[in-house]
Design a protein around this ligand. Structure first.
Ligand code: ZN
Length: 248
């Protein structure tokens, strides 16, 4: 049951975020409605374009996993529940580190659970995510944005030729108009559990710098973007704490 009195205790820090689309965006959704495109872009009911937060969050998790592994931190295998945290320390000794233990998180037999750096931010089947990612909304009035269709053709990779009768249309945002999509990342701290770890903002910020494009057809020049990240303070100790991954 949702207890409103408890919800109000969740504190959060917001990181304002804008994706400026340098080329044109093709973040598609299946099931076309009201568009001639085979793959239309995602819109709100009032027609405004958006980049789904779930898509950005997935990319961020993937980039954070790569960075954390590169820094020497053991990271579980997402997104399959069986291979994700919580890890049992004695079976998986590399995960047996005190910074992977969370207050009050134990298995039924009292054995402490271990949650890797990335799960502590993005969650897993037993741990709620402490990072909430907004949908990024295009602030430009959709009336000023004409529908842009880009034709494509399906290639047969084996024969290296175009398939017959396989012309399709992608809907994209208008090309080269530097459209801004704005939203926030929220780092939560829930007073009933331990806080969003101090390194979370540092790691997510570094991961953002590794995302240069979103959506499909990147090799065709779609979806390339530049981030504008609002003011957010990151303690030097947070950066330092990320560097100790190799320490036992
Ligand atoms: Zn994990």
């Amino acid at each position: 049951m949702v207890q409103l009195s408890r919800l109000s205790q969740v504190l959060q820090t917001a990181m304002p975020l804008t994706a400026v689309i340098d080329s044109a965006l093709c973040v598609g959704a299946g099931g076309s409605t009201g568009s001639l495109a085979d793959k239309p872009i995602v819109r709100l009911a009032d027609g405004r374009l958006l980049i789904p937060g779930s898509q950005l969050k997935g990319r961020l998790r993937h980039e954070c996993e790569k960075l954390a592994r590169a820094l020497g931190w053991p990271v579980c295998d997402s997104p399959v529940a069986e291979t994700m945290c919580p890890q049992i320390g004695r079976d998986n000794s590399e995960f047996q580190r005190t910074d992977y233990q969370l207050a009050g998180k134990t298995f039924a037999d009292g054995e402490p659970q271990h949650h890797c750096l990335v799960c502590q931010i993005f969650g897993n089947p037993t741990l709620p995510s402490r990072l909430i990612v907004d949908d990024l909304l295009c602030v430009e009035d959709p009336k000023n944005l004409p529908e842009v269709l880009r034709p494509g053709v399906t290639l047969n990779r084996r024969r290296r030729t175009a398939e017959d009768q396989k012309l399709y249309f992608l809907e994209t945002s208008p090309v080269n108009v530097q459209l801004p999509f704005v939203g926030h990342l929220y780092f939560q701290s829930d007073s009933s559990q331990s806080d969003c770890p101090p390194y979370a903002r540092a790691l997510v910020l570094a991961a953002l710098r590794h995302i240069h494009a979103l959506g499909g057809s990147k090799s065709a020049g779609l979806g390339w973007l530049t981030w504008q990240i609002g003011n957010i303070e990151i303690d030097q100790r947070a950066w330092k704490s990320l560097k100790v991954g190799d320490a036992p």
